[in-house]
Every structure is written in C-alpha cells, then in structure tokens.
Design a binder for this molecule. Sequence first.
Ligand code: C2E
Ligand code: MG
Ligand code: MG
Ligand code: MG
Length: 270
Amino acid sequence: FVKDKGRDDFGFFDPKLQKSLERKAIVLQRLREAINNAKINIHFQKQVNSKEEVIGVEALARWEDEELGFVSPAEFIPIAEESGLIIRFGHCLIEETAKVLQEWQNDKEKKHWRISINVSLSQFQRDDFEYLIKNAILKYKINANLLRLEITESLLLKNADKALEKIDYLKELGLTLSIDDFGTGYSSLAYLKKLPVDELKIDKSFIDDIVTNKSDETIVAAILEIGNQFGFEVIAEGVETKEIYEKLLNLGCKYFQGYYFAKPKKKEDL
Ligand code: C2E
Ligand code: MG
Ligand code: MG
Ligand code: MG
C-alpha cells in the first residue's frame, strides 16, 4: 500500500489536470506581460449583407507570443477575465477601435463601416465602463452609431436592472447593441422586450450543420422570425461555405460573417 503512495490510482494526483494548471499559469504570466506591453493585436473580420456588400467588421483579439506562439482568444480571453487583466485590455480595445473609426472617417470606402467589439461581463459591470466609451467617442470625435457592443445573454442575467440602466445610457450615446452567441445561453427570452437590442448574432454552432441538420435549420428559422418580429437585425456567424450561405439566404437571413467571405485580418489587409 505504502509503495503505491503518490500514484494516480488514488486520485491524489491527476497528471492531466496538473498539465492544464501549469499551462494556465504560464499563459497568465505571458499574457500579463503582453497586455502591459500592448502586444495583443486587433484583427477585423468583415460582415456583409445579402448583396455581399461590407457593412462592418468585428474586432477580434490576436496574440502571437514569442515563447508560446499563437494563442487562441478562446484560451486567453477566459484567463484574462478570471485574472482581471481583461479590464486593461478592454480599455485599450475601446481606445484602438475609436482610433480606427476616426481614421476611416476619411476613407471613402470604409467610412460607413461599423465596428463591433466583444464586451466581457467584468468589463461591462465596472462603474466606469460607459464613461470610458463616452470619453473615447468625444476624444476621437467619432459617430457613436458606428460602434456596436457585442454582449452575451449571461451578462444580462447578472444584476439585470443595473445592466438595463447602463445599456440605456449607452444607447443614448448612440451606440448599438448585439446579442452574441444568441441561443446558447440559459437566459429567458423575456429580456428581448425590455432591452433596446439592435442585432441578434446566431451562434456558429447552429450554422455549421444547417444544410444537413433539420433541427439546426428550425432553430435558425425561429431566431430569424423573432428578429423580424421585433425589428432586430439578425447576423449569422461562422458562415464557411457557399452552401451554408445559400441556405441562410433562402431562410431570409440578411447579414453574414464567416470564412466564406473573409477571415479576420489586420487593418492594413482589409
Ligand atoms: P465570438 O465573439 O463569437 O467571435 C467569433 C469567433 O468565430 C471568432 O473566433 C472568429 O474568428 C470565429 N469565426 C468567424 N467566422 C468563422 C468561420 O467561418 N469559421 C470558423 N471556424 N470560425 C469563424 P476567435 O477570434 O477565436 O474568438 C473567440 C472568442 O473569443 C470570441 O467569440 C469572443 O467571445 C472572444 N474574443 C475575441 N476577441 C475578444 C476581445 O477583444 N474581447 C473580448 N472580451 N472577447 C474576445
Ligand atoms: Mg463576437
Ligand atoms: Mg459569436
Ligand atoms: Mg461564437
């Protein structure tokens, strides 16, 4: 018995868990440095309408670390959220986005493009969030209409009254609002009647198999119907093929984002 001590068959040591904790610690340490040194880049993925005209872009964080190589935002954003680093990063993102919008004011092609940014719960909940946005709008003299915030349903569940107040303030500034990953949360649909939503973003998980999976098609059709009835724009994310695009067009979807149209790119390469 004593001989076996420390072996994993008693559940004392789980090498897999250990490995993932080590990875997390390393990512956190590198991420802190990357954020403090402004090493996280922002890429932009085009969004198009049913005439395939660009109507805007989504800003997406990109990090290529000297030691770790490319780290996906799906890995580092949750770590940034847990550690509080998202606050500093989110602030930079607002500033950067406002700068880009200002630059595009003098660009014939891009001056009507909107930029959507992803907002984390902890960032949104801070008392200064709406003022950071307001300051950026004033500082860069941009049209607030061109700035769209992507929030998730779960964000609305936490302290709903406070969230609503904040959203009203942001709407008054002229910003627009998108519900990201729509359909994947556990929230009720009741908030849709109270919230000044502008856009529902259908999660990629409903889009991937839409050509072959009848259930996914039904869900997407239902989201489009809700959007239509409420007067929200509905955008499909993760559109990868012509077949998916055509299926969505047939269902009446009007806005699209996905590799079929464009991958996220550096501003200079748009
Ligand atoms: P999201 O907001 O749902 O972003 C859409 C994700 O789908 C992006 O992944 C995008 O690159 C990917 N995507 C778009 N079209 C396609 C496609 O056709 N095929 C495939 N396979 N993927 C596609 P990404 O950039 O890895 O970001 C993952 C998530 O990380 C985002 O999901 C968002 O929740 C979060 N995130 C990214 N950047 C930021 C940021 O600056 N701030 C915050 N708070 N979160 C961010
Ligand atoms: Mg998003
Ligand atoms: Mg999404
Ligand atoms: Mg998604």
